[in-house]
Ligand binder design. Structure first.
Ligand code: NI
Length: 286
């Protein structure tokens, strides 16, 4: 049975002393440019354990029935190899992912950048298969979120579990784009069956990205509106990325925005999630 892990800080992590202390210059650069890249925030030993857990989760397609495992860049039919497999909330299926020095350091980074109210809320994982033709197209993370909810601070910490460069899908950012509003997006290929979103052509100038190669266990950090992209994985190994999301308490907008691209989208994962929820309610009722 998957565990329901409440967001926030847990006892085990609070016992681990973080080892990352950002400099004043790093904090200033994050707020000025809308991204930051850091050297490894975990140990090689911990990274090896995390990589094994990660591979087992994707091998088992953890969360498939609940709609938490799906193809981010494809139509997600059963029996079809996913172009870009993603797992939402992998720590629900392997809580040990979050009982780590990595997590303690991510908590410390979020607090140093955005204050102690900016706490861990959610995790996900995107595993680019070897020799995969799928890019993760340019997008702002906030385009996936609710029209009516905003956060004073929200950020994603993106951690590759192997070295990354532009040939296997490292992060690329548009410096300064965190100051933009949420721009128009559409489902990849304009196919409403696909979960992944793509920035509309011409909505922003993405011709001069900052490319962020990283060693295994390093990380990039970006707030919700920074435009970002990862290229296809041209290497012979999987490109494993693990992502932790932090934000302050949500605030409801009096005048909601209109993220129309989410209103017509209907990926298969939503049907699986609805069926799983119905089964859970039924089990509770009998
Ligand atoms: Ni993203």
């Amino acid at each position: 049975m998957p565990l329901d892990i409440p967001p926030g800080r847990d006892y085990i992590v609070s016992m681990l002393a973080p080892t990352v202390k950002l400099s004043v210059a790093q904090i200033a650069a994050y707020h000025a440019q809308g991204y930051l890249a850091l050297d490894p925030i975990t140990t090689p030993e911990e990274l090896a354990k995390l990589r094994a857990i990660y591979d087992q989760l994707f091998e088992a397609r953890a969360g498939r029935e609940e709609g938490n495992h799906f193809d981010l860049a494809g139509t997600d039919e059963e029996g079809k190899a996913p172009a870009l497999p993603q797992i939402l909330a992998p720590s629900k299926y392997a809580p040990e992912l979050l009982q780590t020095l990595l997590r303690a350091n991510c908590d410390a980074i979020a607090a140093q950048l955005c204050g102690p109210e900016c706490i861990w809320r959610f995790d996900h994982a995107i595993n680019k298969p070897p020799r995969s033709g799928a890019a993760t197209p340019w997008h702002q993370d906030e385009a996936y979120w609710g029209d009516d909810t905003v956060y004073d601070f929200a950020l994603s910490i993106w951690i590759p579990f192997q070295d990354v460069n532009q040939h296997n899908g490292c992060m690329q950012f548009i410096p300064g784009s965190h100051r933009l509003e949420v721009l128009p997006h559409h489902p990849i290929n304009n196919d409403p069956r696909i979960h992944g979103l793509e920035l509309d052509a011409g909505a922003a100038d993405v011709s001069h990205p900052a490319i962020c190669p990283l060693p295994a266990g390093g990380c990039t950090i970006h707030p919700t509106r920074t435009l970002h992209y990862t290229a296809p994985n041209l290497s012979d190994a999987p490109r494993r990325a693990y992502i932790l999301i932090y934000h302050t308490e949500p605030r409801k907008l009096a005048n909601p925005r209109n993220f129309y691209w989410n209103h017509t989208k209907h990926p298969a994962r939503e049907d699986r999630a609805a069926a799983a929820e119905k089964a859970k309610q039924f089990a509770k009722a009998v």
